[in-house]
Design a protein. Structure first.
Length: 196
């Protein structure tokens, strides 16, 4: 799965970290500037949101060419996390084999974990299989690329990176049926509307 020889820069599928990875949930702390201790700031005032974070290993989601100098000001990463403990050995096998999306589809087998990619253990980094959860994809400033590169633990061999890319593309671009017209409703009024 992993290459013995590494590229000079970051590549899609690289395992890096740990970094302070944002834990986006339903609880945030909002900080708004105010010139009054009595009046709340107006709704259109800019504010800062404090998001909790946890030290986590991450996987590079951005395509290799995104790291060309000056091309982008953001790069994408996804959290690497433990495989759910309740999975049976059959489910783990299906998840592992679903890294090869085309083989599963060709053999008319269910694609397990369309939202993740399973990584084999990396000596002295993690000793059990982990999954990159595509649903946690988060942008980071491109200026952090060198820091991430310094914390790189593994690079996928080319064939695995191609499989990784195909599964990620499937997750992001899979077809879905639209909601039937008779199930649609008129657009509701905006939440901050004064209309009653």
């Amino acid at each position: 799965m992993y290459s013995e020889l590494w590229s000079q820069g970051l590549r899609q599928g690289d395992v890096v970290g740990p970094i302070a990875f944002p834990l986006l949930g339903t609880q945030f702390e909002r900080v708004s500037p105010s010139e009054s201790l009595v009046d709340p700031p107006p709704l259109d005032a800019s504010s800062k949101i404090i998001v909790p974070a946890k030290a986590s290993l991450v996987v590079i989601i951005s395509h290799d060419c995104e790291f060309n100098e000056g091309k982008r000001n953001k790069l994408l990463v996804a959290r690497l996390q433990s495989v759910p403990g309740h999975y049976t050995s059959e489910q783990l096998k299906a998840l592992r084999e679903s890294n090869d999306l085309e083989a599963r589809v060709t053999n008319q087998l269910n694609v397990a974990g369309i939202d993740n990619w399973m990584f084999a253990p990396i000596a002295e980094v993690f000793d059990t299989e982990q999954v990159a959860n595509f649903g946690t994809t988060t942008p980071l400033p491109m200026k952090l690329a060198d820091e991430l590169l310094a914390r790189k633990h593994a690079e996928l061999v080319h064939e695995q990176r191609v499989l990784f890319r195909k599964k990620l593309a499937y997750f992001l671009g899979r077809d879905a049926e639209d909601v039937p017209q008779d199930k649609k409703q008129p657009r509701p009024a905006p939440a901050n509307s004064d209309a009653n």
